[in-house]
Design a protein around this ligand. Structure first.
Ligand code: ARG
Ligand code: ZN
Length: 870
């Protein structure tokens, strides 16, 4: 176990590193020349990380080392006799084609046609050469690549190009020098047959930069959108944060074999193809926005991550939470801000809240880990971003910019901590933000309860806010910013006068709850108000407020904060769901349907927002509120809820709306076009609940005539879910049409893996035998198994436990190939303790059996152990 409290500064640093690669598919050789610096205050022997390297030679200060002068037992190389200023040279052999873990140097694609690339974050560099592989060691890199020219015509590494030329025997070389010292996790190289698109860019501070996006020949014409997104990201970071790019070239590379979404290697970002490639025929609108966001995210890391990096991996959220926040702000500026906020909060609730409520819960800054790759989580990323958002809210737009300027200026070139971050933001604004540090150190989602009391004689409204964590231990209160407004029962906003403050009257303000419980008194409140609380989701908490259904319906109808309008609808839908579940009064159900019926006919409301308003919380979110979870029952209830809504709207109105939306057939990506497609999909799904056969005819036609992937996939999904006779033909057609398009084919797997209910398992097992299925490709695994275990609760959680057994068995095989992907998939077992008893027992048995298996990776062992032992 590695602990934050054990942190010590490195005893040895590497000032400069020269790397020489002789690249080959089966074997590559790496020579490294390290100039070492010793911390005079520490008296530790030279110890370097190195994971399963085949050591060919080793010299210290130009002398060949005898076997007695060093020790290497598979992960640490200890060398005698080194001193400050020593030069250590090693040569090792790597086996890229045999590297199925996709960490270090590996092959993407086939031996004949594929290319070589690296992935180092977090600790992959030690799979390439011996090194002080920790982020607080920053070094200057000179990298020389040598390879056969015909097989590897393109040679890339991070930094500025510094020469290239021919070698004997059809080989060639290329050299790169990175003037910016960097930690080893930001090293990267790429070599193979790749095509490129290019664009010239001039930064705001006058640097000419060549932007180059690289992909295999069959994908290069799907890179234009990413190039546009990159240019927009660069401009945005200049304007929003005053950050300029700092090398002469910026490379971006797409690969189909990648464990995560993408990686911000200095000057050479590498992307999972699904986060980079886009064209209307194979990419949905949601995926287009995702590409834009990930391109921005990786680019923004150049400052929040690379120029200012993390002292240790416990600080991971320092770069990830911050960069997600920057990325979300960018996306909000490029698209619709309220829709973006809805999407982000929905993701937080779907992915992070359950993580934080179960045995895998950890603070945004974890205190310990066994395998750091298991901590690239929704908590570190998504909750981390919410914490930055709170800080930004507390400082205001200008204050936050001032703080960020200070942060970058003070920490440029450094490996920083979260304390450094809060100190810079606070100092630049003459305020103390250290109370917010408590948010970083504790797991769990706080609950915020709100109670209002109106005194009609004094025209005073008292809002009592209280916070509490689940569980028994008492913890000091957190600062919780609560943005709010007050509405009359006619839906008008009231001016706010907070007692004891001579603030000018405003319609919206932020209260910061700093104690366990506090009263806030508003004066001159002329009528009993309905509060709109936590507007824009101003803090990542669970709000408990005993609104009446009518009050929620009022906010759903009138709140001008798009997010809170949606939020009121979500809360009302949850109550409606509970009406159905408990057989209680249908007051909420009625209020929800009536409010949405009104909005459905309100032409002033944006189509995309309407689509989201017409969607109740997902099955995962609904399950979070239950104790003895039966995912199949939840699925049926949620379907029932949507059916009531569909009935209220009526077949005729839904059909009419569908036809009106379907009259537009453009594939344009502008907001109104995307919004129409989103609503069209939603209307089709609702219609489907009323009239299976008729809707499947509409869907079959939509499938045939779809101008782009958004409409095509929406139609295919309805056909598959409806078990429509047309589904078979559509699936066959899709399969043929996209036989050569891996990303489109992934969606073919995912749609089927998400077929609700018992039949899904058999379908998944059949698809595992498809020629194109392989456990070696992370995207394909995610498309079939990931979509099944995570995207299909009613399918995965079969009462006979067959879903759990399937997952456990696949994990054992997958773990031998790719521990990172296996560990991530295994988190689907999270929450098993809260299942109803039969499922709980079946899940428990499957996990116990998995845990007992010999030789599991450290990655999978840690996840399975945590899931079991809490
Ligand atoms: N830093 C990458 C990002 O931008 C994620 C890389 C994670 N890699 C890993 N093997 N855990 O989000
Ligand atoms: Zn990141």
């Amino acid at each position: 176990m590695i602990r934050l409290s054990d942190y010590r500064a490195p005893a040895w640093r590497v000032e400069t590193v020269e790397l020489d690669f002789d690249l080959g598919i089966d074997a590559s050789e790496v020579s490294a020349r390290l100039l070492l610096r010793r911390d005079p205050a520490q008296n530790a022997p030279l110890r370097l990380d190195g994971e399963n390297l085949q050591l060919l030679s080793i010299t210290l200060d130009s002398r060949q080392l005898p076997a007695t002068a060093y020790r290497y037992l598979g992960n640490v190389l200890e060398v005698d006799g080194a001193h400050d200023g020593s030069v250590l040279e090693t040569r090792v052999r790597l086996r890229p084609a045999a590297n199925t873990a996709l960490e270090g140097l590996y092959l993407s694609g086939s031996r004949e046609a594929g290319f070589l690339l690296t992935q180092c974050e977090a600790e992959g560099f030690r799979h390439i050469t011996f090194f002080t592989d920790r982020p607080d060691v920053q070094s200057r890199y000179t990298v020389t690549l040598r390879a056969d020219r015909a097989r590897f015509p393109v040679l890339l590494a991070g930094g500025n190009p510094d020469g290239a030329g021919e070698l004997e025997g059809g080989r060639h070389w290329a050299r790169f020098v990175d003037p910016h010292p960097k930690p080893s996790y930001l090293f990267a190289l790429v070599a193979g047959r790749l095509e490129k698109i290019e664009r010239d860019y001039v930064t705001a501070d006058g640097r000419a930069v060549q932007l180059k996006i690289w992909a295999e020949a069959d994908a290069i014409d799907r890179c234009d959108y990413a190039m546009d997104a990159l240019e927009r990201s660069m401009r945005w970071d200049e304007q929003a944060y005053g950050r300029n790019y700092d090398l002469d070239v910026f490379h971006v590379v797409a690969t189909h074999d990648f464990n995560m979404g993408a990686m911000e290697n200095k000057g050479l970002n590498i992307f999972n193809a699904k986060c980079l490639l886009a064209d209307p025929d194979s990419t949905t609108d949601d995926e287009y926005r995702h590409v834009e966001a990930v391109v921005a995210h990786e680019y923004f890391h150049n400052w929040s991550g690379n120029r200012v990096t993390c002292r240790d991996w416990f600080q991971l959220s320092l770069k990830e939470g911050l960069t997600v926040f920057r990325e979300q702000s960018f996306s909000a500026d490029m698209n619709s801000a309220p829709l973006k906020r809805i999407e982000d909060v929905a993701l937080l609730r779907r992915a992070q809240f359950p993580e934080d409520a179960g045995p895998l819960a950890h603070p945004v800054r974890p205190a310990q880990y066994s395998e750091i790759n298991n901590f690239y989580t929704a908590t570190v990323y998504e909750k981390g971003s919410e914490l930055v958002r709170m800080l930004a809210g507390a400082l205001g737009k200008d204050g936050f910019r001032r703080g960020m300027d200070r942060y970058f200026e003070r920490n440029d070139g450094r490996a920083a901590t979260l304390e450094d971050f809060l100190a810079a933001l606070g100092d630049a604004n003459g305020t103390d933000l250290t109370p917010y540090l408590a948010w970083y150190g504790q797991a769990g989602t706080p609950r915020l309860s709100a109670r209002g009391h109106y005194d009609a004689t004094r025209h005073e409204y008292t809002l009592t806010l209280a916070q509490h964590m689940g569980g028994t231990e008492s913890r000091p209160p957190l600062p919780i910013p609560v943005k709010l407004a007050l509405f009359t029962h006619h839906g008008d906003m009231l001016p706010l006068h907070l007692d004891g403050q001579t603030s000018k009257s405003e319609n919206e303000l932020v209260l910061v709850l700093t104690q366990a419980e506090q009263d806030f008194v508003f004066t001159n409140v002329i009528t009993s108000p309905v509060p709109s609380l936590l507007r824009g989701f101003s803090a990542p908490v669970i709000l408990e407020c005993d609104y009446t259904p009518d009050e929620l319906a009022l906010l759903l109808a009138h709140d001008v904060d798009g997010f809170n309008r949606w939020e009121a609808g979500q809360q009302l839908a949850t109550r409606a769901y509970e009406n159905l579940r408990d057989g209680s009064s249908t007051e909420a159900l009625h209020a929800w349907c009536e409010a949405l019926a009104l909005l459905f006919n309100n032409s002033a409301i944006d189509d995309a927002l309407l689509a989201d308003l017409l969607t109740p919380p997902g099955e995962v979110e609904l399950a979070e509120r239950e104790t003895a979870i039966d995912p199949q029952h939840i699925h049926h209830l949620r379907q029932g809820l949507q059916q009531r809504l569909a009935e209220r709207l009526g077949t005729a109105a839904l059909r009419q709306r569908y036809q009106a939306l379907a009259a537009h057939t453009s594939i344009a990506l502008d907001a109104p076009s995307q919004a129409r497609r989103r609503l069209k999909r939603r209307v089709l799904e609702l219609l489907h609940l009323l009239d299976n056969q008729g809707t499947c005819e509409l869907a079959a036609a939509q499938y045939r005539n779809a101008p782009g992937m958004t409409d095509r996939l929406a139609a295919l999904t309805v056909l598959v879910r409806g078990h429509a006779p047309q589904a078979t033909a559509a699936l066959r057609d899709y399969r043929e049409r996209y036989a050569d398009n891996a990303l489109a084919l992934d969606k073919w797997f995912a749609v089927q893996a998400q077929l609700p209910g018992e039949p899904a398992l058999e379908r998944v097992q059949r698809l595992e035998h498809d020629d194109t299925f392989t456990l070696k490709n992370p995207n394909r695994v995610q498309a079939l198994l990931g979509a099944f275990v995570r995207g299909n609760p009613s399918g995965f959680h079969r009462i006979d436990g067959a879903g759990y057994r399937l997952l456990a068995e696949r994990l054992i095989t997958l773990d031998t190939l790719n521990p990172q992907v296996a560990a991530r998939l295994a988190t689907a077992f999270n929450g098993w303790q809260r299942l109803e008893s039969r499922r709980r027992e079946a899940a428990h048995a499957a996990i116990v059996k998995l845990a007992a298996h010999d030789g599991l990776s450290r990655n999978l062992t840690e996840i399975v152990g945590s899931v079991l032992n809490h």
